[in-house]
Ligand binder design. Structure first.
Ligand SMILES: NC(=O)c1ccc[n+]([C@@H]2O[C@H](COP(=O)([O-])OP(=O)(O)OC[C@H]3O[C@@H](n4cnc5c(N)ncnc54)[C@H](OP(=O)(O)O)[C@@H]3O)[C@@H](O)[C@H]2O)c1
Length: 253
């Protein structure tokens, strides 16, 4: 489906990004991924293959984002697919959230998405596809998630505006909106809700969360990767500015 295409995924060392790297690679794309930890980056080459380009990049640094874009361009030439996926999640109750917590969430989930697209877009081929990871929180309001939800609403808005801005280059920008997906990020959310949470308490927290989802279980990273593959490929050629919701029916039923 993606033979001859090139793809870059931020936050590709874990969860949704890693599952997407696997799927795009299996579908014939040349894949580059980013993360911050060298050991995790090496692990991805062991899991997917030594032809995966791994880049140590902290998305909070604009210099690092520029270097990421130019390194991928040097290695692959023009880029067809950019998946801006790196993100963090934790609760931010109104009464107790401090400025540093607010800034870290917004800087990682919003500012880095904007500046990563700014860095990568000049190296993208006409007709390319940019996909941004939003969240189920764009469909519902949940106590304690004000900043996280606002960060995902902001990038939902980027998807519309940047689609219009990149129309002349025929670069489509769309979002994938995951529901609750079993990845390491949920541990951070659980621990920020109940500090000191044990493994058993974390499992109970996940079991309780599953009960709220119409299909009765959390999602798997590969179920989000399948939607990203669709948005990355020409199968979605008539879609731009949209958000594909993959949430086990959570928001609609
Ligand atoms: N899982 C869910 O339920 C869910 C629901 C809705 C939306 N999402 C969104 O899905 C995306 C992927 O999350 P996930 O669930 O797959 O979680 P994950 O397994 O924890 O993956 C997060 C990825 O982001 C990277 N990352 C975080 N901060 C970074 C930074 N400053 N610089 C570079 N990379 C950074 C991590 O890399 P390193 O830590 O190795 O650097 C990791 O590869 C996020 O945007 C998240 O908000 C997840």
């Amino acid at each position: 489906m993606l033979n001859g295409k090139t793809a870059l995924i931020t936050g590709g060392t874990s969860g949704i990004g890693l599952a997407t790297a696997k799927l795009l690679h299996a579908n014939g794309a040349k894949v580059a991924i980013t993360g911050r930890k060298p050991q995790e980056l090496d692990g991805v080459r062991e899991i997917i293959g030594t032809d995966v380009l791994t880049l140590q990049t902290d998305v909070l640094s604009r210099d690092a984002l520029r270097m990421m874009a130019s390194d991928v361009h040097s290695a692959f030439g023009a880029l067809d697919i950019f998946f801006a996926n790196a993100g963090v999640a934790y609760v931010t109750p109104l009464a107790t959230t401090d400025e540093a917590q607010y800034d870290r969430l917004m800087d990682t989930n919003v500012k880095s998405v904007f500046f990563s697209i700014q860095a990568v877009e000049p190296f993208m081929r006409e007709g390319g596809s940019i996909i941004v990871t939003t969240a189920w929180l764009n469909q519902v309001g949940v106590s304690g998630r004000a900043v996280l939800s606002a960060s995902k609403a902001a990038v939902r808005s980027f998807v519309r505006t940047l689609s219009a801005e990149l129309l002349a280059r025929r670069i489509r920008v769309n979002a994938v909106s995951p529901g609750l997906i079993e990845t390491p990020i949920l541990r951070g959310v659980g621990q920020s809700e109940s500090p000191g949470q044990t493994e058993a308490e974390f499992r109970e927290y996940l079991a309780d969360a599953s009960k709220l989802i119409p299909v009765g279980r959390l999602g798997r990273p590969d179920e989000i990767a399948a939607a990203v593959l669709f948005l990355a490929s020409d199968a979605s050629s008539y879609m731009l500015g949209s958000e594909v919701v993959v949430d086990g029916g959570f928001a609609e039923l």
